[in-house]
Each structure stands twice: as structure tokens, then as C-alpha cells.
Ligand binder design. Structure first.
Ligand code: BES
Ligand code: ZN
Ligand code: ZN
Length: 522
């Protein structure tokens, strides 16, 4: 009979840094009392009467003479997928061992769910296990690769993320390492993908007074410059935006005291500098009050994340630079606030976009499409291979798909297939939406201008918004990603905590990675 030992109290020292009190764990004994171990367990197969450990679990169980299996069996029912059970005092190197349920062994691509069930199970299980370790205030954790070190690393890094920069009481910083001599390369890749998404989460979660257009641009500049030397950053000020005749973008920006920025980033990874780039465009509204068509006050704070498009596309480019992908990518982010003021757009105003088209602004809360219209026109000037834009564009997208998938509106089935395949791998899914002429008719039927910034009817708001953007696109390979529904997480994605998600950053990185690999094969 074995006993669950009481948890040893951690010795902690307090250190003040930047005016914020931080605790650092301190080891007291020869053994590292600050280290946790996360190990996976599969569901019992039909022929088995004992739970099936992963190979790392099996090894550890042998090391402790079968005690792990015994404890697991006597401590409760079999571990379900995503559930955890923690044991203490089994081995001096690992004072706390967290077992996590991985679901069925051999789970692969589920073509109803459009994702890889095995990878999703690993992400969810490892995230839950690492969070247990964090709750125990341990400063490091070794993680079982569970057969897919990339998915395990993603689960660890995404699961541990918490935005607490502005709080005095912070969650323990847990350093996750790969357990055993597994696939370090895949583990590092997972860390990189998840860190990319966490950068986007950080940008989105930060309050609007701390994440102005200028600060956003500076953070991206810093991250991109550190990622690679093959980069350029242009933080374009208002006078540049005026020279570019981006009247639609300026009309939104002028409602706020906060100066707008047009952020333009270049990653030149291809050995051929003249190779046509992929151009990513992201909506960068650092706060969307709605303007004169002001929003209801309930949950208006969420509109600090209305720069999620800019955050995800810029983070994906930073990640592509870290991966040193042999491609050229440009990121464009019109950044400003949408505020009501004496200078703000008024319903019925007509503004002129960069391509000369006039737009009647019947609703000042449909501002995303106004700033994207100019950015999309500008995107065409780079002779791009493809144009992809991401935007928290419409509440209607959230009504349509919720947080199940990003809505993709594209004029290219080739591009659709590539985005779709990338999303099956990452589990951050996409779903194709229509760009029918049917919706275009509802935005070009306009009393005072060439196009109206809202549709004639209430229905299909995500589709009429996409049809509006299409009026500013002539490129044959364009995709618009409406990410409004995937902007936040309550509890739907188990490996993300409640809050801003940074979705679909990993899908964009995977898309870029596959694009570079396809190009190398061609
Ligand atoms: N940023 C919002 C869309 C949004 C809503 C994103 C909820 C995330 C969560 C956008 O600028 C907006 O307000 N759109 C309006 C358009 C309408 C006035 C045609 C909307 O969706 O209500
Ligand atoms: Zn709005
Ligand atoms: Zn908005």
C-alpha cells in the first residue's frame, strides 16, 4: 500500500522588479523540489484491463517499481481525456507527477471535425497538466511528448499563458521542457508556434490605453527585429497616410485624439529578393467604441481586441521570420481608434478610398471595412502572390459560427484548400463562406456614393461585409478571414484560458510553412 504524501511547501523569495513584487521559487533540498512531471495515459483499449501509459509513462512506472500504475488504479476511476490526477513523493527528481488523460490511442484526422483528434487531445491534456504544476507554484515542468512533441509543446505554452502584466499577484512562471531524449526539433517548433499565438494574445488582451497604434507598432518592430535580420519595419505616420490618399482609413482615425499609424513590415526570407511576396493585411482598431453609431456599453471593453487581425498577421510574420522560411512576406496594419468626437465620421458622410471609390458611411461602427479598403488597395502595389486579410469584422460572424472556426471568404479555391489543410493540422479551424454577387448587390446599391459601408438588409452581415471588401480587390488569389467569432475564449478551447485567443495565428504560420515547402518542391 502506498500513500499520497502531503505536498512539500515551496520556499519562495520575493523580489521587486519594475515596481512589481515577484516571487521566485527557491530549492531547499538537494532534490529539485520545484520540478513537476506531466505524463500521458491513454484510454483503456478493449483488450486491456489496465490503463495504457505512453512510453515515457511506462519508463517512469518501471523506475518507481510499478507504483505509478498502482496509485492510478487505486485512486479513482480511469482518467478521461483532458483530466488530470496528481501524485506526490514518488521519485526524488519529480516531487509532483501529474498524469493526464490522452483519450484513445491512435486517434488521427477526424473528417467530420476537420482536425487531428490525437493532436488536439495532446494539446488539451498537456495544457491541463501544466496548469496543475502552475497551481502548485513549481517553476519548471518536464513534459511527456505523448507521441507528438510539437502538439505537447503547444499545449504547454498555450495552456500556461496568462495575461497578468498589470496585476501585482501573478501566476507562477513555469518553464516547460521536453521529458526524455525525444524529438527536440518538434518540441522547439511547438514552442515557436504557441509563442507566436501568445504574442497575439498579449497584444489583444492589453487594454487600449496601453496598446495604442504607436505602442502596437513598436512592439511588433522589436519582435520582428529580434526574430531575424532579414526584416524591415516602416511605422508610417499620419502625413504618409494622407500622401497615400487613404481617405477611408483617415476618416475613421480622425475621430480620435490618438494618432493613427500605418504599420508596414517586411520579411525577406527568399534568396530571390524580387520574388513576389505574400501580403497579409490586418484590421488594427485598437479600440472600437462604434464612433457616433456608438456601441452598447455592456462588454464594450472587449473591443480592445479589435486589432486582433493586425495582431495575428503580424505575429504570424514574426514566427515565419523566426523559422527563417525562404519566402517574402509583407504585413500591413492600418492602426487607429474608432471614437465619437466632434471630428468623427457622421452617418451619411461620404469618404474617398485610395482607389478613388466613394463610400457612404451609413454606420460608423462598420469601421473595419473602411480602414481595410485602403490597406487592400495598397496591398496590390506589391505585385503579391496572394493577399490574405484578417479582421474582427462582424458580430454576424460570431452569430454564424461562434468560436468553432474562422470564416474564410475567398475568390480562390487553391487558397481555400491551403488554408483548410493548414487548419486541420493546427486544430484552429476555418470554414468557407460565400462571396456571392447576391451580397455585392446589397452594398453597391447606394444613394450617395459607389458603395455603402453597410448592407441594405440586416441578414448575412458577415457576407455583406466581405462583399464590401471585395470591391477593393482585383487580385485573383485573395482571402478575407473574419475572426470576430474566434476572438475570445470562454471554455470552448480547453488549452486556452478565458480571454483573448490570438486565433488563428498558428494556422497562418502553418500556411506560410507549407507554402514555403510547396515552393521548394516545385
Ligand atoms: N469590431 C466590430 C465587430 C465585432 C463584434 C468583433 C463583436 C468582435 C466581436 C465591428 O467593427 C462592428 O462593430 N461591426 C458591426 C457592423 C454593423 C454596424 C454593420 C457589427 O457587427 O455589428
Ligand atoms: Zn465597429
Ligand atoms: Zn470593429
Amino acid at each position: 500500500m502506498f500513500f499520497l504524501l502531503p505536498l512539500p511547501a515551496t520556499g519562495r523569495v520575493a523580489v521587486w522588479r519594475l515596481g512589481v513584487k515577484r516571487f521566485f521559487s527557491q530549492s531547499r533540498a538537494a532534490a529539485d523540489m520545484t520540478k513537476g512531471l506531466v505524463l500521458g495515459v491513454y484510454n483503456k483499449g478493449k483488450e486491456e484491463d489496465v490503463p495504457q501509459f505512453t512510453s515515457a509513462g511506462e519508463k517512469f512506472d518501471k523506475l518507481v517499481s510499478g507504483k505509478l500504475r498502482e496509485l492510478l488504479t487505486i485512486s479513482g476511476p480511469p482518467l478521461k481525456a483532458g483530466k488530470t490526477r496528481t501524485f506526490h513523493g514518488l521519485h526524488q527528481d519529480f516531487p509532483s507527477v501529474v498524469l493526464v488523460g490522452l483519450g484513445n490511442k491512435g486517434a488521427g484526422i477526424d473528417d467530420q471535425e476537420n482536425w487531428h483528434e490525437g493532436k488536439e487531445n495532446i494539446r488539451a491534456a498537456v495544457a491541463a497538466g501544466c496548469r496543475q504544476v502552475q497551481e502548485l507554484e513549481l517553476s519548471s515542468v518536464e513534459v511527456d511528448p505523448c507521441g507528438d512533441a510539437q502538439a505537447a509543446a503547444e499545449g504547454a505554452v498555450l495552456g500556461l499563458f496568462e495575461y497578468d502584466d498589470l496585476k501585482h499577484k501573478k501566476k507562477t512562471v513555469v518553464l516547460a521542457k521536453l521529458h526524455g531524449s525525444g524529438d527536440q526539433e518538434a518540441w522547439q517548433k511547438g514552442i515557436l508556434f504557441a509563442s507566436g499565438q501568445n504574442l497575439a494574445r498579449h497584444l489583444m488582451e492589453t487594454p487600449a490605453n496601453e496598446m495604442t497604434p504607436t505602442i502596437f507598432a513598436q512592439i511588433i518592430e522589436e519582435n520582428l527585429k529580434t526574430a531575424s535580420s532579414k526584416t524591415q519595419v516602416h511605422i508610417r505616420p499620419k502625413c504618409w497616410i494622407e500622401e497615400q490618399e487613404m481617405g477611408s482609413f483617415l476618416s475613421v482615425a480622425k475621430g480620435s485624439e490618438e494618432p493613427p499609424v500605418f504599420l508596414e513590415i517586411h520579411y525577406k526570407g527568399s534568396p530571390d529578393a524580387s520574388e513576389p511576396p505574400l501580403v497579409f493585411v490586418g484590421k488594427g482598431i485598437t479600440f472600437d467604441s462604434g464612433g457616433i453609431s456608438i456601441k452598447a456599453s455592456a462588454n464594450m471593453d472587449l473591443m480592445r481586441a479589435d486589432m486582433g487581425g493586425a495582431a495575428t498577421i503580424c505575429s504570424a510574420i514574426v514566427s515565419a521570420a523566426k523559422l527563417n522560411l525562404p519566402i517574402n512576406v509583407i504585413g500591413l496594419a492600418p492602426l487607429c481608434e474608432n471614437m465619437p468626437s466632434g471630428k468623427a465620421n457622421k452617418p451619411g458622410d461620404v469618404v474617398r478610398a485610395k482607389n478613388g471609390k466613394t463610400i457612404q458611411v451609413d454606420n460608423t461602427d462598420a469601421e473595419g471595412r473602411l480602414i481595410l479598403a485602403d490597406a487592400l488597395c495598397y496591398a496590390h502595389t506589391f505585385n503579391p502572390e496572394v493577399i490574405i486579410n484578417a479582421a474582427t469584422l462582424t458580430g454576424a460572424m460570431d452569430i454564424a459560427l461562434g468560436s468553432g472556426a474562422t470564416g474564410v471568404f475567398t475568390n480562390s479555391s487553391w487558397l481555400w484548400t491551403r488554408l483548410f489543410e493548414a487548419s486541420v493540422e493546427t486544430g484552429d479551424r476555418v470554414w468557407r463562406m460565400p462571396l456571392f454577387e447576391h451580397y455585392t448587390k446589397q452594398v453597391v446599391d447606394c444613394q450617395l456614393a459607389d458603395v455603402n459601408n453597410i448592407g441594405k438588409y440586416r441578414s448575412a452581415g458577415a457576407c455583406t461585409a466581405a462583399a464590401f471588401l471585395k470591391e477593393f480587390v482585383t487580385h485573383p488569389k485573395w482571402a478575407h478571414l473574419d475572426i470576430a467569432g474566434v476572438m475570445t475564449n470562454k471554455d470552448e478551447v480547453p488549452y486556452l484560458r478565458k480571454g483573448m485567443t490570438g486565433r488563428p495565428t498558428r494556422t497562418l504560420i502553418e500556411f506560410l510553412l507549407r507554402f514555403s515547402q510547396d515552393k521548394a518542391r516545385a
